[in-house]
Design a protein around this ligand. Structure first.
Ligand SMILES: Nc1ncnc2c1ncn2[C@@H]1O[C@H](COP(=O)(O)OP(=O)(O)OP(=O)(O)O)[C@@H](O)[C@H]1O
Ligand SMILES: [Mg+2]
Length: 165
């Protein structure tokens, strides 16, 4: 995966709130069919980021960790849905294929925690976000877009957060 690429966006978060705010901005851009893949160890902030994304998308219900189910589904006042998948307990990409992600994506965007576990079941175009631990309250988030739509989405997100230089 290319890291030093100007299409990528490296975000340094200094608090859970800052991570949530990144998510809120990102969530505001999401449309049905969009796929956001999260990769990062335990406690790096995946769910915290998804809480922000859900809020930015406009969910009526607060986003929780999908502990007992594989996919959580959130609503907003339209028929659209926001899907939050946790692939941690999936055995393989085959399991993900049984879930029929395409059927869900018609209804709304999807965010996937532990996406690296089901890589081959995922669409080629997506935003891949690698989260890593840096210090007690610091996390590094590397956003790597695949495909034209996501390249411009990430560029818009970067401008919104840092302004145009
Ligand atoms: N900058 C930060 N961004 C996000 N979370 C942070 C940050 N600093 C500290 N934290 C803390 O780290 C924890 C992150 O938990 P979270 O559930 O979001 O991680 P996760 O990656 O989803 O973990 P899991 O793999 O267990 O699902 C929270 O307790 C949060 O308060
Ligand atoms: Mg989590």
């Amino acid at each position: 995966m290319p890291i030093l690429d100007d299409r990528n966006f490296e975000f340094f978060s200094h608090s859970p709130d800052q991570t949530r705010r990144l998510g809120i901005h990102l969530g505001g851009y999401l449309e049905p069919g969009d796929v956001i893949c999260l990769e990062g160890n335990l406690g790096t902030g995946k769910t915290t980021l998804v809480q922000g994304i859900g809020q930015g998308w406009g969910t009526l219900d607060p986003v929780t960790s999908p502990t007992y189910v594989i996919v959580n589904e959130y609503r907003r006042p339209s028929t659209e849905r926001f899907f939050h998948l946790d692939a941690y307990r999936l055995e393989s990409a085959l399991d993900a294929e049984y879930l029929d992600l395409d059927r869900m994506l018609v209804q709304g965007p999807m965010v996937i925690e532990w996406a690296d576990r089901i890589k081959t079941a995922l669409p080629d175009e997506h935003i891949w976000i690698r989260l890593s631990y840096s210090a007690l309250e610091q996390r590094i988030m590397l956003l790597v877009p695949q495909g034209k739509r996501y390249e411009s989405l990430v560029e818009n997100l970067r401008r919104k957060i840092y302004g145009v230089f």
